[in-house]
Write a protein that binds this ligand. Structure first.
Ligand SMILES: Cc1cc2nc3c(=O)[nH]c(=O)nc-3n(C[C@H](O)[C@H](O)[C@H](O)COP(=O)(O)OP(=O)(O)OC[C@H]3O[C@@H](n4cnc5c(N)ncnc54)[C@H](O)[C@@H]3O)c2cc1C
Length: 443
C-alpha cells in the first residue's frame, strides 16, 4: 500500500519515521498545526515499547521538583562539556516546554488521570498503557495523521537531497510489504528509538546509515542494565532469581570518589546481578568498566545498622555457633544476603572489626554489562552537538531527531518517557518553524 495522501510528485511536507512516544508526539504537533503528516513504522503495530512499559505500570514521569528532575539526565559528551554543558542544558530546555505537569495534563486530555505513587513516580490510574495509546491514536487519526505500519526505513535514495521549486526535499527508501518504496519530504523527523528490546522495534540499525550520511553519532551502550557475574553453583541453585533486600550499594570512581550510594533492592540472576538498585547505578558501573576495564562495587548487607552497631552486636561471645548461625542470630542476616556474604567475602577472619567492615562494605568486581538488547534503555546515538535547539541536524538541514535515538540517558522513574515526549514535541515544533521559514523564503 502506497501513501494515499501523497501529492502527484510522490512527496509530502513532513514524514515522521518511528511511531513510539517521541514520533507520535512530533506528529501531534504537526497535525495540531494543520499540517498533513505521515508516520511510518517498521513494526506491524505502533508504540510497542510504550505498551511494554505498561506491563510495569507505565511510569510516565516523576513528581520531584524541577531542578532535581532535570539533574537526572546525562549524555556521552558530558565528559567534554561538563555536567552543565550543552547536552544536559538541551534536555532541560525540552523539559521546560514539556515538564512532568504538562505530561500529566496531556494524559488527562486523553481521558486518563494520573496519580503520584509513594516514591514520587507518576502512573496512569489503571496502570496500563493501552487505553492511553488507543485514545491518542484515535485523536491523531481524527486530526488527519496517516499511520503506515510495516514500513521500514532503510536509507536515503542516491539523490538524497534535491532542491525543487518548493524547496529542498529528502528522499527516503522504505522496505514495505509491496517492495521498496521511495518517499520525498521537505522535513523528516526520525524517532527510531534506542538499541534495546529489538523485538519491540528499536533495533539501532539506523545508526550506521545516519553516520554514513554525515550525522555525528556516538556508539549505543546499554543503560539501566544488569551486569554479568559468574556465581558459584551453590549460590545459583539456591538463590538465582532471589531479591536482595534491603541492601545498600556504593560505587566509587577511579579516583576513589563516591559517585553512587543508595539503599534499595537488587536481584541475583542466573547471569549476574540486576534490579532497580543496579539499574540506578548502571551508568557509573558501565563507564568504569569502559574506562578502567572493571568496576568495583560495594554492598552494604545491613543498611539499617551503623558500623558501630554491627561491631557491638558481634562482640558478644560466639560460643559454638558457626559463623552463619552467629550472623543470623546476632544480626538477622540470612538467605540470599548471607549467601552473598560467603560468596564474596572469601576467607573470613574472626576479627570483629574486619568482619563488621565487610558486612557494611562487601566488594564485588564486575567486568561486563549484560547484552545491550536486554537493557531497559540505551545511551549514545545522534550527538546533541550535531543538532540545533530545534533538534534539526546541523549537517543535513530538514532532518530532525527525537526520543531515545538522541544521545542522552536517564535512570528509570519516568524520566525516559518524559524526555522522549518532550523531545518529540520540540522536534515537531522545529519542523513547523522550518517549513514556515522555507515557505517565506520562497515567497
Ligand atoms: C521493559 C521496558 C519498560 C519500560 N518502562 C518504562 C517506564 O515505565 N517509564 C519510562 O519512562 N520509560 C520506560 N521504558 C523506556 C521507554 O519505553 C523508552 O525510553 C521510550 O519508549 C522511547 O521512546 P522513543 O519514541 O524514543 O522510541 P521507541 O518507543 O523505541 O519507538 C521507536 C519506534 O521506531 C520504530 N523504528 C525503529 N527503526 C525503524 C526503522 N528503520 N524504520 C521504521 N521504524 C523504525 C520502532 O518500531 C518503534 O516503534 C521502558 C522500556 C522497556 C524496554
Amino acid at each position: 500500500m502506497g501513501f494515499p495522501a501523497l501529492n502527484a510528485t510522490g512527496s509530502t511536507a513532513v514524514l515522521v519515521v518511528g511511531a513510539g512516544p517521541a514520533g507520535l508526539m512530533a506528529a501531534e504537533q504537526l497535525s495540531n498545526a494543520g499540517i498533513a503528516v505521515h508516520v511510518c513504522d517498521a513494526m506491524p503495530s505502533v508504540g510497542r515499547k510504550f505498551l511494554r512499559a505498561g506491563i510495569g505500570g507505565l511510569n510516565l514521569t516523576h513528581a520531584e521538583n524541577a531542578q532535581s528532575f532535570r539533574s537526572r539526565y546525562s549524555h556521552s559528551e558530558s565528559d567534554v562539556d561538563g555536567a552543565d554543558g550543552k547536552g544536559v542544558g538541551t534536555v532541560s530546555s525540552w523539559l521546560q516546554d514539556f515538564d512532568a505537569d504538562a505530561m500529566r495534563r496531556w494524559a488527562q486530555q486523553l481521558g486518563v488521570e494520573t496519580f503520584v505513587g509513594s516514591s514520587g513516580r507518576v502512573f496512569p490510574v489503571g496502570l496500563k498503557a493501552a487505553p492511553l495509546l488507543r485514545a491518542w491514536l484515535h485523536r491523531l487519526r481524527e486530526q488527519g495523521c496517516v499511520l503506515h505500519t510495516r514500513w521500514r526505513w532503510v536509507g536515503f535514495s542516491e539523490a538524497h537531497s534535491a532542491t525543487t521549486q518548493s524547496g529542498p526535499f529528502h528522499t527516503l527508501v522504505f522496505e514495505t510489504p509491496d517492495g521498496a518504496q521511495k518517499v520525498s519530504a521537505q522535513a523528516v523527523i526520525f524517532a527510531l528509538g534506542g538499541g534495546s528490546w529489538a523485538r519491540l522495534g528499536s533495533d539501532g540499525c539506523w545508526l550506521p546509515v545516519l553516520a554514513q550520511a554525515g550525522v555525528a553519532c556516538s556508539v549505543l551502550k546499554p543503560a539501566n542494565c544488569g551486569f554479568d557475574y559468574d556465581w558459584s553453583m551453590r549460590l545459583l541453585e539456591q538463590f538465582a532469581g532471589s531479591p536482595l533486600k534491603p541492601v545498600g550499594l556504593t560505587v566509587q570512581d577511579a579516583r576513589g570518589q563516591v559517585v553512587f550510594s543508595r539503599k534499595g533492592e537488587a536481584l541475583v540472576s542466573r547471569h549476574g546481578i540486576q534490579g532497580s538498585l543496579i539499574y540506578a547505578a548502571s551508568r557509573h558501573i558501565r563507564d568504569l568498566i569502559d574506562h578502567e576495564g572493571a568496576a568495583r562495587i560495594c554492598w552494604d548487607l545491613l543498611p539499617d545498622r551503623t558500623l558501630a552497631q554491627v561491631q557491638t552486636a558481634l562482640r558478644a561471645p560466639r560460643g559454638k555457633d558457626s559463623l552463619s548461625n552467629w550472623l543470623r542470630k546476632r544480626l538477622g542476616l540470612e538467605g540470599v544476603r548471607l549467601s552473598l556474604f560467603h560468596e564474596l567475602a572469601g576467607k573470613t577472619c574472626s576479627d570483629v572489626d574486619q568482619l563488621a567492615g565487610l558486612l557494611k562494605q562487601l566488594p564485588q568486581t564486575l567486568h561486563k554489562a549484560r547484552p545491550i538488547d536486554e537493557a531497559i534503555s540505551t545511551a549514545g546515538g545522534v550527538l546533541l552537538s550535531a543538532v540545533d535547539d530545534q533538534l534539526m541536524s546541523a549537517a543535513i538541514p530538514g532532518l530532525f531527531f527525537a526520543g531515545e535515538m538522541l544521545d542522552w540517558e536517564a535512570p528509570t522513574g519516568g524520566y525516559l518517557l518524559n524526555a522522549a515526549f518532550a523531545s518529540g514535541r520540540r522536534a515537531g515544533q522545529g519542523a513547523i518553524a522550518w517549513l514556515e521559514a522555507r515557505r517565506n523564503s520562497l515567497d
